[in-house]
Design a protein around this ligand. Structure first.
Ligand code: CTP
Ligand code: MG
Length: 170
């Protein structure tokens, strides 16, 4: 059994998920668009994208890959140059989430209103795209990461509902 595919997935998921979830958990108040509106008079990004969440998201993604790189003394298996890869994925993930909000506002969708697939996959797509400057993953791996993320999102929402952090289980 060759485990390298699984290790590669985990190495990709770590900066993706840590960056995205810490932006969510550590969001602040000051919106990154400073409440500015775009030419369509709609919010540029909206109040759901804050300076604190953005900076913490990128930082914690980078911190995670720094620790992994340190643990492996700079020789992380499968993904050569993992430190650079993880930094790019962390930045890309957070940027992807911002792009997602930018697109939602252009489509006249209010902050917090769900858009299936865009909400869950914006950070995955741009994160992996940025990472590909250093390490290209296969199409199979990319698709599997998308599927895992959609399932994880469902489970996370259900758990949040059970713990009464959310009013609806989706
Ligand atoms: N968050 C943040 N900064 C970011 C991304 C997220 O502060 N760059 C925090 C915000 O508190 C946000 C929460 O994480 O409300 C959830 O993120 P998300 O679901 O992406 O934002 P929404 O509030 O749903 O807004 P949008 O409609 O723009 O997606
Ligand atoms: Mg949202």
């Amino acid at each position: 059994m060759d485990y390298s595919f699984f290790i590669e997935i985990i190495l990709v998921l770590i900066p993706l998920y840590l960056a995205n979830s810490s932006a969510m958990l550590l969001g602040g108040k000051t919106p990154i668009d400073l409440n500015q509106h775009f030419v369509d008079k709609k919010p540029f990004l909206g109040k759901g994208k804050t300076v604190k969440g953005t900076l913490f998201g990128i930082s914690i993604g980078i911190l995670a890959v720094l620790l992994i790189d340190f643990y492996f003394q700079g020789k992380v298996p499968i993904i050569n140059n993992y430190l650079h890869y993880g930094i790019l994925v962390s930045i890309g993930a957070i940027l992807g989430d911002l792009i997602g909000s930018f697109l939602k506002r252009r489509m006249n969708i209010e902050r917090g209103k769900p858009v299936l697939l865009l909400d869950q996959l914006d950070f995955v797509i741009v994160g992996i795209l940025f990472g590909s400057l250093v390490h290209k993953v296969s199409v199979e791996l990319f698709l599997l990461v998308c599927v895992i993320t959609l399932i994880a999102h469902r489970i996370a929402n259900f758990v949040a509902f059970k713990f009464k952090l959310k009013k609806v289980p989706w």
